[in-house]
Design a binder for this molecule. Structure first.
Ligand code: HEC
Ligand code: HEC
Ligand code: HEC
Length: 435
């Protein structure tokens, strides 16, 4: 009996690991701006403001149309909704009465002022890597944030996930607090990149698999992860057929991170939010350091992709059927897509992404191109690219079969090669929320 109970609890906790589940921020939001400041100059407060950008604290702790950092933003997860707390300097409702030590305990150790264990929807497993000096700078900055008297609301989580006590198990299984340790075999730049990517910038909160029962719960290996609540897939940063950047020109990678567009790719959806709310404010030096680290990541194929690959594998088509599909696809493409993406899929550099030789289009997991075709998309608005060109939604215009055909075409035209998409697959995304 005890064993059954234990394994039940364990499964619940493994699922809870997925509570690291990430929210998705709508693109039309304009959050209050903070001027970019250099990481290493200026006083402690300015440094803290910069670090808050690197951690994208505002993105989660500000609700639509609300005051900066006053919380109330809903973060959806499979377990219910999290409502982010007020972290302004308000003494009653925010963290105005906190000490630097309380703040450190939250970031480094995932515990609130009163000792409550915090949910990993707050990416403290990443923030734990922050140095005490950086935590103190962040704290100094948050002391200066305009106090807002907005009371926190409780999270709206299903049983048993609403039992905070269960987090003790999650922590025992997955969480080891620890400040980033310099790797002496590597350059200062690589170490700076590793510190940012794995710590403040919490790339692994999305780019790692979290929700496979048992396996990989709590992993931070950047091997790709689904964001099921928002129908996006954060591709593997290790796999060269997904978002690995081993062979990129450093300048192109830096452009993607800093401006959301590069010559060959664009940031969309949640990634566009990351660029708009955080990365665009980082200094060229820090962006370059992140790029150096990303380009040195070990190369591998992703378990997540393999898994989804099997789930999504479309039926094999015969030669004749394939030719017919390509013919119909070409005609739909010409009518609806060629004006922007070019007759031969070559796009217009930094405006309309090329679809030929585009990895995002050919990934086994077709979630992202599918939802972009159905719901449209925007690259992030950044200082460097204030008015990004948009992709109109075709969900209202094309039938499931037409979307399946045109995407299958795009995945197999101009030298592209990827599995065919079925109408049923399109329908799954049409009926799921696409916000
Ligand atoms: C991905 C969304 C997300 C990001 C990014 C994020 N937070 Fe949070 N944060 C949360 C959530 C959700 C909670 C509530 C956790 C809970 O109730 O257990 C939280 C809780 C906190 C708390 C504890 C508040 C309390 O009253 O106990 C502090 C302090 C905090 N965050 C500071 C920060 C700082 C500083 C940053 C940026 C470095 C940041 N957060 C970035 C989602 C986020
Ligand atoms: C909120 C979730 C989230 C976070 C946090 C996040 N990403 Fe992403 N990322 C995504 C999604 C979803 C995609 C796929 C959509 C796209 O291609 O833009 C993506 C795509 C990418 C791509 C491929 C872009 C392309 O078109 O080739 C790179 C590279 C990338 N992310 C790097 C990073 C890095 C580095 C960080 C940390 C600084 C990061 N991401 C943080 C969700 C996220
Ligand atoms: C009005 C111009 C326009 C038209 C018409 C258009 N697109 Fe797009 N498309 C864009 C833009 C701009 C983006 C970048 C959006 C973003 O960053 O989220 C894009 C992105 C995409 C992507 C994602 C590429 C990537 O690298 O992530 C796919 C796939 C795509 N379009 C396919 C199509 C298909 C198929 C059609 C026709 C049914 C079409 N587009 C019609 C402008 C257009």
């Amino acid at each position: 009996m005890k064993r059954i109970l234990y394994s039940l609890l364990t499964s619940i906790l493994l699922v809870l690991a997925g509570v690291a589940g990430y929210g998705y921020f709508l693109l039309d939001e304009h959050l209050p701006g903070t001027p970019a400041v250099d990481a290493n100059t200026g006083g402690q407060v300015a440094r803290g403001a910069y670090l808050a950008r690197a951690g994208n604290c505002m993105g989660c702790h500000t609700m639509r149309g609300g005051d900066a950092y006053a919380g109330g933003r809903v973060i959806q997860s499979e377990f219910g909704n999290f409502l982010t707390p007020n972290i302004t300097a308000d003494v009653n409702y925010g963290i105005g009465a906190w000490s630097a030590e309380d703040f450190w305990q939250a970031l480094h150790n995932g515990k609130s002022k009163d000792g409550r264990m915090l949910y990993p929807a707050f990416p403290f497993a990443n923030y734990s890597q922050i140095t005490r000096t950086d935590s103190d700078a962040l704290f100094a900055y948050f002391k200066t944030v305009k106090p807002v008297a907005r009371e926190n609301q409780p999270h709206d989580l299903r049983f048993p996930y609403n039992q905070r006590i269960l987090l003790a198990f999650w922590r025992a299984l997955y969480f080891r607090p620890g400040v980033y340790q310099n790797n002496t075999q590597q350059t200062t730049e690589w170490n700076r990149g590793a510190y940012l990517v794995n710590g403040l910038a919490h790339c692994s909160a999305c780019h790692s698999s979290r929700n496979v029962l048992g396996a990989n719960g709590g992993s931070h290996d950047l091997s790709g992860g689904a964001l099921p609540m928002v129908n996006w897939y954060a591709p593997s940063l290790l796999a060269q057929d997904e978002a690995g950047v081993l062979h990129w020109q450093p300048a192109q990678l830096q452009a993607l991170l800093k401006t959301g567009v590069s010559q060959h790719s664009v940031a969309s959806g949640p990634m566009a939010e990351v660029v708009a709310g955080s990365l665009q404010y980082l200094t060229a030096t820090d962006i370059a350091a992140m790029g150096t680290y990303l380009q040195a990541l070990p190369v591998s194929k992703t378990a997540a992709a393999d898994m989804l690959d099997k789930a999504l594998k479309a039926p094999e088509l015969g030669k004749e059927q394939m030719a017919m599909l390509m013919q119909q696809g070409a005609s739909l493409y010409k009518t609806h897509c060629a004006d922007c993406h070019g007759a031969n899929g070559s796009g217009v550099a930094s405006i309309y992404p090329a679809l030929a030789s585009n990895r995002a289009v050919q990934m086994q997991n077709a979630t992202n191109p599918l939802r972009i075709i159905l719901a449209g998309g925007f690259a992030p608005a950044t200082e460097a690219n204030p008015r990004p060109y948009g992709m109109p939604p075709f969900g209202p215009v094309l039938s499931d079969a037409e979307v399946a055909i045109v995407l299958s075409y795009v995945r197999n035209a101009w030298g592209n090669q990827a599995s065919v998409i079925t109408a049923a697959e399109v329908n799954r995304y049409r009926t799921a929320p696409l916000d």
